[in-house]
Design a protein around this ligand. Structure first.
Ligand SMILES: Nc1ncnc2c1ncn2[C@@H]1O[C@H](COP(=O)(O)OP(=O)(O)O)[C@@H](O)[C@H]1O
Ligand SMILES: O=c1ccn([C@@H]2O[C@H](COP(=O)(O)O)[C@@H](O)[C@H]2O)c(=O)[nH]1
Length: 205
């Protein structure tokens, strides 16, 4: 079975998880989804106060070597045990999720196009974009509601690490994408990517 890997990158709050979730809902068990965020390094040996200061927008924050290995295993038809991550505690969770090999794998994350090893494994590269003001507003609401943060903390983190790293590592990868889409809630772009995936699934059937 040939495996097609579709990378879905974009800045924080651009809507890439929303876009990816919608594709998963459409194809259900026909596609597998891997989130780069689940590969943030385990920091259980560091006190929580220290973990809050980590730069989570630098490529070194992720164990991308494990992701590369697991993607290769999926391509070889092997089942993997994917790590999971707890944003409120800033470290790996104890659970792992079993991911079975599929014809189509969606790989989502801010930095998935920033790593040459990942880019080389991808067949289609998508970059989701949205204005910075919209992204930070969405992130404030989401991080306060879902990731156990307060507004001051989100703003401080955005200004000290998220924003500078975005312009250093995330935004430059836009030019490596095959498809650049305007926001994660873009029905036309969704139809285009959906039809592309459907074609791949039909060809391989
Ligand atoms: N086009 C959009 N308009 C308004 N809100 C959006 C849009 N896209 C995503 N959102 C919302 O913004 C938040 C962040 O979106 P998400 O998909 O998690 O972004 P990302 O994965 O790129 O960080 C979510 O609460 C989501 O519902
Ligand atoms: O412990 C953590 C780990 C990550 N983050 C932030 O998450 C975003 C990436 O997720 P998106 O869904 O794309 O927004 C990244 O910008 C990190 O800053 C965190 O705050 N804490």
């Amino acid at each position: 079975m040939k495996t097609i890997i579709i990378g879905i990158a974009g800045g924080t709050g651009s809507g890439k998880s929303t876009f990816t979730r919608k594709l998963k809902k459409e194809f259900e068990d026909d596609v597998a989804v891997l989130y780069h965020d689940n590969y943030y390094r385990d920091q259980s040996d560091i006190p929580l106060e220290e973990r809050r200061k980590t730069n989570y927008d630098h490529p070194d924050a992720m164990e991308t070597e494990l992701l590369v290995r697991q993607l290769q295993e999926l391509k070889e038809g092997k089942t993997i045990q994917c790590p999971t991550y707890d944003y409120t505690l800033h470290t790996r969770s104890s659970e792992v999720v079993t991911v079975e090999p599929k014809k189509v794998i969606l790989l989502e994350g801010i930095l998935v196009l920033a790593d040459e090893r990942l880019r080389d494994l991808m067949d289609i590269k998508v970059y989701v974009e949205a204005d910075a003001d919209e992204r930070i507003l969405r992130r404030i609401i989401r991080d306060v509601k879902e990731r156990g943060r307060d507004m001051e903390g989100v703003v401080e983190q955005y200004l000290t690490t998220v924003k500078p790293m975005h312009y250093l590592y995330v935004e430059p990868t836009r030019s490596t994408a095959d498809i650049v889409i305007n926001s994660g809630m873009n029905p036309i772009a969704f139809e285009l990517v959906k039809n592309t995936i459907q074609k791949i699934l039909d060809e391989e059937a």
